[in-house]
Design a protein around this ligand. Sequence first.
Ligand SMILES: O=C(O)CCC(=O)C(=O)O
Ligand SMILES: [Fe+2]
Length: 266
Amino acid sequence: MQHSSSTDPLFVAVESESITRADVAGLIAGRLAAIRVPGLLSAARCHAITAALADAPMDRYDESRVFPVVAKFGPAINDHRAAGELRDDYWDAARAADKSWSTLGLPDSPRELCLAAFRTAWPDVAPGRRQGREMHVGIVREINAGLQVHFDDAVREYAGRLLDGDVVAQLAFNIYVRVPPAGGETVLWRRRWQPGDEEQRIPGGYGFDESVTADTQSLTLRPTLGEGFLFDPRHYHTVRPATDGRRISIGCFVGLTDDGRLALWS
Ligand SMILES: O=C(O)CCC(=O)C(=O)O
Ligand SMILES: [Fe+2]
């Protein structure tokens, strides 16, 4: 008799009390699909951050590419990309974000929150460097209306290399500092981009028609307040619309470089 198994036992999410070195390695090796860390930030810290953000000037991702709209605080590399390179206005936006954040009166910057989440597991963690300069780390995003189904892969997106070090694996990390009572789930599919998928690209967008994930095993995460979530963003993923309330996260990309360090960027 033949076994027909339609689910991959390695495509699973694990829950941890903190990010561990073994889990990060497992994610990169493909033994895991995602790591969930409930309560990575306390509710009190999440509330303090979202309360302070009420006075912060949020902007939006480039609306010609990112629709539905996504509000954000701080630069996103993909808003400053031209022909596989990072444009210079990224650095101005990074400086402006740091300056603006420093007026909010919060103890920790998005950069420090992201670095701190990895430091115990991986002491060799630091902002990534590009042409000797430290990348911005920690983007605040309010994704209330959801995302297009997409993947993130700096190796494909930055032909001229994003960082000075060679990134051998890329992960995506988010901490949810405000969660909606309904909707706002993150969905992760066990499928990576293939050339033929370009036919399903949303015209002008950054993502793909959801049919690109048809018949593919998936994981759905309903974020909880203060939870950290780490996954391989080469797997197609999306965020469902929040049908009520606001969904705010602080996140970054995490690269394992060829010297065994973790390099963060946003
Ligand atoms: O907000 C999320 O859960 C995922 C957002 C996303 O697309 C990413 O972090 O790459
Ligand atoms: Fe993404």
